[in-house]
Design a protein around this ligand. Structure first.
Ligand code: 9MR
Length: 356
């Protein structure tokens, strides 16, 4: 009798305890698994209640999608505009969220005055060093990691044409990755505490580009160039993406003593004119998200997973594909979690499987 009544009380209590320990959000699951779960954000959307509430609940890291790019921060050669970036940092700090910075050096999206300015290498070198120093010092202590150089290599693995490299470049145009190295050295001088990343697209699996990234960062590590990690963008081009090769790539990079962040994950699907995707594609998308999370959790030096936006209401994919693709993210246009969300939550909640 006594035993039975205890059991009757203990049963529901145990159920409540189990419920309390089951993560209910991506953020809770990521905290429990010791990983950062992030997303790209646009500051002008923070005033939309569903947008900011979802961000605050679900993520422990955010990254300005465009707000810290040259075209936003550097309206003229003489001035800096930190309004948008500061708004994101204020939001993050009010919600205990870490901020990742993107990006200090890129051939794309530079302001017109810079792209068409006909500057000499000496002038460009001065402009870039000053930019890196001013932006990083402004955010020192608030932005814990930076994409110092974004997409510096082409598909053959050679440095991409850029005002910083060879058009006309900062004075290192015939020296391969030397301009990238210089940017990392300046970044380290500007904020010695920030983690410094090289961020790249289409270098996620084992291919010519990822081999070139590997060779470059191995050389940097060997020569003491200050670099802490590699960002793998992972804009997945296919549902059957080879996540085994992603895991192998993470493995070889982390063996160099580097961290890996997955920085721009999304999985574009074919969509109809209303932006709707097929149910079976949404399931396969969920599987792809889950496989990427598992590939990262397998390795204790894969320390962050970030999606490139979180609601299908706002994503670069639609305009980029002229409406042919979309539905790439974790929440639908009404902020309802999709199968991809459930799969990601499950994979994060399962925790790390790394043995090293
Ligand atoms: O999503 C970003 C979009 O809003 C911008 O118009 C575009 C150009 O600045 O950049 C997009 O983000 C890119 C990121 O900065 C670097 N990797 C590729 C991303 C998608 O194009």
């Amino acid at each position: 009798m006594h035993f039975r009544s205890c059991f009757r009380i203990a049963g529901p209590l145990l159920a409540v305890a189990a419920l309390a320990s089951t993560p209910q959000t991506l953020r809770e699951a990521a905290n429990a698994s010791g990983i950062l779960i992030g997303t790209a954000v646009r500051p002008y959307l923070l005033s939309e209640p569903a947008y900011s509430a979802t961000l605050a609940h679900e993520f422990n890291m955010i990254e300005p999608e465009d707000a810290l790019k040259w075209w936003t921060v550097r309206p003229t050669a003489e001035s800096f505009d930190f309004k948008q970036g500061d708004e994101i940092v204020r939001f993050a700090e009010a919600h205990g969220i870490k901020v990742r910075g993107h990006c200090l050096v890129w051939d794309h999206n530079n302001p017109k005055w810079l792209a068409e300015g006909h500057f000499s290498p000496a002038q460009l070198s001065k402009l870039l060093q000053e930019h890196i120093a001013t932006v990083m010092k402004h955010y020192a202590g608030h932005v814990f990691a930076w994409d110092v150089v974004n997409e510096g290599l082409d598909e053959k693995g050679t440095p991409r044409d850029s005002p910083w490299y060879n058009r006309p470049g900062i004075g290192l145009s015939d020296q391969g990755t030397a301009y990238i190295e210089q940017a990392f050295r300046w970044a380290h001088e500007a904020d010695p505490k920030a983690l410094l990343f090289y961020n790249e697209a289409e270098g996620d699996t084992l291919n010519r580009k990822s081999d070139a990234i590997y060779a470059m960062v191995r050389d940097f590590k060997n020569r003491g160039v200050p670099i802490d990690g590699v960002g793998m963008q992972l804009h997945l081009p296919r549902l059957d993406y080879d996540t085994g090769a992603v895991a192998a790539n993470i493995e070889r990079l982390t063996k160099l003593g580097l961290q890996v962040h997955i920085t721009e994950l999304d999985v574009a699907l074919p969509v109809d004119s209303q932006g709707g995707a097929r149910a079976e594609d949404l399931q396969r998308q969920a599987d792809a998200y889950q496989r990427v999370v598992r590939a990262c959790l397998q390795n204790s030096d894969c320390t962050a997973i970030q999606t490139w936006g979180f609601t299908d209401k706002y994503s670069w994919i639609g305009s980029h594909s002229h409406g042919a693709q979309g539905a790439a993210l974790l929440f639908d246009r009404a902020y309802k979690p999709k199968p991809a969300y459930d799969a990601m939550l499950k994979a994060l909640a399962a925790g790390r499987t790394s043995t090293h």
